[in-house]
Design a protein around this ligand. Sequence first.
Ligand code: SAM
Length: 279
Amino acid sequence: MSAMDTLPPLRDVIATHGLAARKSLGQNFLLDLNLTAKIARQAGDLTECDVLEIGPGPGGLTRGLLSEGARHVLAIEKDRRCLPALAEIAEAYPGRLTVLEGDALRIDPLAHLTPPIRVAANLPYNVGTELLVRWLTPPEWPPFWQSLTLMFQREVAERIVAKPGSKAYGRLALLASWRCDTQIAMHLPPGAFTPPPKVSSAVVHLRALPEPRYPADAKRLEAVVARAFNQRRKMLRAALKGLAPDIEDRLIAAGIAPTDRAETVSLEQFCALTRTLEA
Ligand code: SAM
C-alpha cells in the first residue's frame, strides 16, 4: 500500500479537524487528489528536488507533491488549524515533509531547503502576486528556485504570460519573461475548489533561465517598466519624461517611437531603453 492509501480522504480530514474555509485567508481548497497529483506533475521531476509549498491548507497539493516523489517538501502555513492534518501527512511520509507555521511573507525558507529547489503552490490570492514579484526580483540571478508552479486567478495568470499588444501585457509579463520561460499549464473552473471561488483559476509554470534574456540593470529596468505602465495610455515620451531630459532621443536610440504606448513595446525594446538610460 502506498503512503497515500493510508491517509483519509480530504473531505474527512476537513471534517475531523474542523477546517471550515476562511475567506480572510484566501481558503479555497483542492480536495481531488487526482487533480493535485496532476498539478504536482506540472512542476516537473521532483525526485531530486526540495519543494517549497506556500499555504498547504489541509494538504491536498502537499500529498500530490509527495506522492509524485518530491525528495522533501517545506510547507509554510499561516492557519494553525491545519497543522494536525499536515502532521498526519508528515507521519505517512517519514522525513519528507517539514511544516512551518507562519506568514510566508515574513518567513525566510532558505535555511530549511537544499538545492535544487522548486516552488509549487495553490497560493492564497491575497499574497500570491506579492510573493511572485519577490521571487522574480531577487538580489542575485539565478534565483534560489529552478521553477515556480503556481495557481492564480485566471486573470492574473494571463497577465504573467501576456504578449505585447494585449490588454493583459504589463509589468508582471515583463518581469516574468525577462528571466523565465512562462506558460499556462492548466485551467481550472471554480467548481474544482471547495468552496468555489467567484472566478476561474489557472496554473502558471515559470522556469528560471540561467541568465536574463537581454542585458539590463534589474533595478533600472523595473523602474522604467513601472513608470511606463503607471500611465499605460500615455505616449512614452510623456510617461517617461521624468527619467531623462532627452528621453525622446533615448527612446529613438532604443528603437522605440516616442509616440508609442507602453503596451506595444517589447521586452527587448524595454531592455535596450534601460541600457541607453545607463549610458
Ligand atoms: N494548498 C491548499 C489546497 O490546494 O487545497 C490550500 C490553498 S488555499 C487557496 C490558500 C492557503 O494559504 C490556505 O491554507 C491559507 O490558510 C494559507 N495562507 C493564507 N495566507 C498565508 C500566508 N500569508 N502565509 C502562509 N499561508 C497562507
